[in-house]
Design a protein around this ligand. Structure first.
Ligand code: HEM
Ligand code: HEM
Length: 191
């Protein structure tokens, strides 16, 4: 069985463990949902109930991503990634590493900028109507505007990096025909 192992464990890791895979696919699914909801927000007229619902769901899903990313970073720091297949070009390994680090970073920047945009405007953020996170910073309309501008701009970096990431995964699977994608697929393990 694949497993997540602590650093220093003598047994070589062949693929991502079940926790790393589960969180990877949970974040990927939530990202699709959050971005779709985000795109729908401007379509709903201001002050309508549908806009409020879209905002509630978008913010809640985004904060769920934030929680998962914080957990994931802690998990990753204590559970190293499996080694890449032998002979993997160093330049590609470096590019994959950079893509992963940037994805971690951007999936913190997106929810944090969204939260700051709301909090600096004096709004608490409800999480699926279950509980609310109060504004943890003083009201600052300028900061709120900057945060929302960052939020809206950084989405395009997210699209670019995810596109490169998915293209690389598919390239490994269908062109190189190696086992890189298998290491992250649920219920699969490299031979
Ligand atoms: C990974 C998490 C998130 C992603 C990927 C994301 C993505 C997006 C996208 C794609 C849009 C639509 C932008 C457009 O209309 O072009 C948007 C809008 C928005 N997001 Fe997020 N978001 C995330 C988290 C959050 C969070 C946690 C909050 C607040 C707590 C938030 C608040 C907002 C608001 C208020 C808007 C509307 C901005 C406006 O049109 O003025 N987002 N987001
Ligand atoms: C929003 C969507 C996604 C995000 C944010 C994301 C993020 C990440 C991150 C941060 C890693 C690095 C894991 C680590 O080593 O700590 C990773 C690995 C990986 N992801 Fe994604 N991913 C997404 C979607 C996808 C999709 C759709 C695929 C497949 C088509 C995919 C395939 C992989 C594979 C194969 C790896 C392992 C790469 C390796 O072993 O070097 N990801 N992903």
């Amino acid at each position: 069985m694949p497993s997540d192992r602590a650093p220093g464990d003598p047994v070589e890791i062949e693929c991502y463990g079940p926790v790393a895979r589960a969180v990877h696919w949970a974040v990927a699914a939530l990202a699709v949902i959050t971005v779709s909801l985000g795109w729908a927000i401007p379509e709903a007229p201001r002050g309508t109930e549908s806009r409020e619902t879209l905002l509630l769901l978008h913010r809640s899903a985004g904060l769920l991503i934030l929680g998962l990313m914080v957990f994931r970073i802690g998990w990753r720091l204590t559970h190293p990634a499996p080694r890449l297949p032998a002979g993997f070009p160093r330049i590609e390994a470096a590019a994959a590493y950079a893509d992963h680090v940037l994805l971690y970073l951007l999936f913190l920047v997106m929810p944090l900028s969204g939260y700051i945009g709301a909090a600096a405007a004096g709004h608490s953020v409800s999480v699926f109507g279950l509980f609310a996170i109060p504004p943890l910073l003083p009201v600052d309309p300028r900061l709120s505007q900057v945060a929302i501008a960052v939020h809206l701009a950084v989405q395009f970096l997210v699209y670019a990096l995810v596109a490169v990431h998915v293209a690389a995964a598919l390239m490994h699977r269908f062109v190189r025909r190696n086992r890189v994608l298998d290491r992250m697929l649920p219920l699969r393990r490299p031979g």
